[in-house]
Design a protein around this ligand. Structure first.
Ligand code: PLP
Length: 380
């Protein structure tokens, strides 16, 4: 269906932070499949984990236990202060799980009226109806109205507006720690800490959508770590299985306990192949020290982007989750011209470039991409 613009190029293969097309042209990939290929394309450890697991067992459903599923749940628990996992197949589904959990929790813990979700203007949580209702971007919602009821949107970064929205019909607050699709909007320092305090004071859940910002990209396992807080619920997807479909909704045992057998399910969720891939991804992130690397590479890339664009743009971000806000609506033109010079970029709007390379990108690749971008800007 015509849901995407016509693709600019056919990619046939990739390694690390580089891709190549059918004509044999190579590209430095500053998109990473939209923040998915964090450990690089076709990382040998991930390829081996997928191949070995596929030869052993591909699917049995959640009627039975498998070792990769159990080990991945344990691994994610160890990264999130002991949270329990529900596995699904995408970011939107991880958010759907969080929304259902919040509504049932709110009814039980705060009373039958407490089913409302407070989310942020500009926020993005996925395209299914629950996730879309939580998404604070009118253009994505309006064609598909009526929306699921029970959602309020407040300005991102505004703690006073959030406090005013925490009426007694609220079950949970759902936010991204950095708004990715909105153009990498980083909230003011201390915002998430203040949100955490408000949620505690009003006894509502704090649910963070780390689908894009999670798993090392910002220079920490999760974006919320920069504010030193612990959310009640965490949603993951994108980078978790290096490109195989997976999502995870994580919650502390007491909160997760509101779900009973039959409340929620997913046929493919937690399947052995995607779980084995995710375990390999988490190993690579640790063994290759990609989290500190994301922080250092992000500094180099942001400094270089500031040099390239000068006063004509604002460069913002954290680690390797970066955006360039241009003074003119020429993001699409820059993306096309950069492609012609062997650099893949993405835009989130007519005036915002988004830069989310694999965390394995080397200094040499960063410098080559910057040089190509400088040529594009000189010509534009
Ligand atoms: C991409 C994204 C989603 C949706 O994930 P899908 O796998 O496309 O459903 C949800 N939340 C955030 C923050 C995202 O960046």
């Amino acid at each position: 269906m015509p849901t995407y613009p016509a693709p600019a190029v056919e990619i046939v293969g990739g390694r690390g932070a580089q891709l190549h097309d059918r004509a044999g042209r190579t590209y430095i990939d500053l998109v990473a499949g939209i923040a998915v290929a964090s450990v690089g394309h076709c990382h040998p450890a991930v390829v081996a984990a997928i191949s070995e697991q596929a030869a052993q067992l591909i699917h049995v459903s959640n009627l039975y236990s498998t070792s990769p599923h159990q080990r991945l749940a344990a691994r994610l628990a160890s990264l999130t202060g002991g949270k329990l996992a529900f596995f699904c197949n995408s970011g939107a589904e991880a958010v759907e799980c969080a929304l259902k959990l919040a509504r049932k929790w709110g009814r039980q813990q705060r009373g039958p009226q407490a089913t409302r979700i407070v989310a942020a203007a500009g926020g993005f949580h996925g395209r299914t109806f629950g996730a879309l209702a939580a998404t604070g971007q009118r253009a994505k919602r309006v064609p598909f109205e009526p929306m699921l009821p029970g959602f309020t949107h407040v300005p991102f970064g505004d703690i006073t507006a959030l406090e005013a929205a925490l009426t007694d019909d609220v079950a949970a607050v759902l936010l991204e720690s950095i708004q990715g699709e909105a153009g990498v909007v980083v909230p003011p320092p201390g915002y998430l800490r203040a949100v955490r305090a408000l949620c505690d004071e009003h006894a509502v859940l704090l649910m963070l959508d780390e689908v894009q910002s999670g798993l090392g990209r910002t220079g920490a396992w999760f974006g919320y770590e920069h504010d030193g807080i612990e959310p009640d619920v965490v949603c993951l997807a994108k980078a978790l299985a290096a490109g195989l479909p997976i999502g995870a909704c994580l919650a502390g045992a007491e909160i997760a306990a509101v779900f009973q057998p039959g409340d929620h399910a997913s046929t493919f969720g937690g399947g052995p192949v995607q779980s084995a891939a995710a375990l390999a991804v988490l190993d690579v992130i640790e063994e290759e020290k990609l989290i500190p690397r994301a922080a250092v590479a992000g500094e180099r890339l942001m400094a270089g982007l500031r040099r390239c664009f000068g006063a004509g743009a604002v460069v913002r971000g954290r680690g390797l989750l970066i955006a360039v806000e241009l003074a003119a609506p020429i993001a699409g033109e820059i993306v096309m011209r950069a492609l012609g010079k062997g650099v893949l970029l993405n835009s989130t709007s007519a005036s915002v470039l988004r830069i989310t390379p694999p965390l394995v990108i080397g200094d040499g690749e960063i410098d080559r991409a910057l040089a190509a971008l400088q040529e594009v800007l000189d010509e534009t």
